[in-house]
Design a protein around this ligand. Structure first.
Ligand code: ATP
Length: 208
């Protein structure tokens, strides 16, 4: 359903990705590994249409989306959670969830909170007063409120306490069980062990 062919990305004169090709099939959990600087964030950003200079073909649900603006890709069903989470830190948990909501808001909200029960106990808390792991849950939950049909997650477990990493991995596995396809940049082995496929970037290239 997502297909990337011969993707190259440049920052100025420096090339960050070289001929990257990959696919994410319906319902598949693909984990993207690679050292710091290997190009994981760059790849997710390029799929979302956030990179300055790109060549190659990105297709989603049989449409070539390479020329689409980022917001159109989101509207088409790509849900993206950036490494820095981009929460509205002055807003409460509930406000963060509702600000992005699409479709049947009450039904979505109930589903999302069932996936992240920890958030249920802090709905009125301002998100700047949450731990990194709680904020990460909220960032994923907020993206889910947009009713995406494919998730792109950038290091959801990075710098998070082991207990919350387990909660996040459990939530992602539940989502996969419900058929949500996902491409997750993640170094934590807990998720890679449960992935359908693990792919590895080394210096901007996918290894065989
Ligand atoms: P990390 O885990 O540290 O985020 P990563 O695998 O996600 O690493 P990227 O952030 O995609 O790697 O970086 C890939 C390469 O592109 C690196 O050499 C990095 O320095 C470079 N790069 C990333 N963002 C920019 C930018 N905005 N301008 C210039 N170079 C960049």
């Amino acid at each position: 359903m997502l297909s990337v062919q011969n993707l190259n990305v440049w920052y100025g004169a420096a090339q960050a990705l070289f001929d990257v090709s990959l696919q994410v099939a319906p319902g598949e959990l693909v984990v993207l590994q690679g050292l710091n600087g290997a190009g994981k964030s760059t790849l997710l950003q390029a799929i979302m249409g956030l990179s300055p200079r790109v060549s190659g073909v990105i297709s989603y649900e049989n449409n070539s989306i390479s020329a689409w603006e980022s917001h159109r890709r989101a509207q088409a069903g790509l849900g993206y959670v950036a490494e820095d989470r981009r929460l509205f830190t002055g807003l409460t948990v509930l406000e963060n969830l509702r600000v992005a909501a699409r479709g049947d808001v009450d039904a979505n909200e109930a589903q999302v909170l069932a996936l992240f029960p920890a958030l249920k106990t802090m709905l009125r808390r301002v998100s700047s007063q949450m731990s990194g792991g709680e904020q990460q849950m909220l960032a994923i939950a907020r993206t889910l409120m947009t009713a995406p049909r494919l998730l792109l997650l950038d290091e959801p477990c990075e710098g998070i306490s082991p207990v919350l990493v387990e909660s996040i991995v459990d939530a992602l596995l539940l989502l996969r069980a419900r058929g949500m396809p996902m491409l997750v940049a993640e170094q934590n082995k807990l998720l890679a062990e449960r992935a359908d496929r693990v792919i590895t970037l080394v210096a901007g290239q996918l290894t065989a």
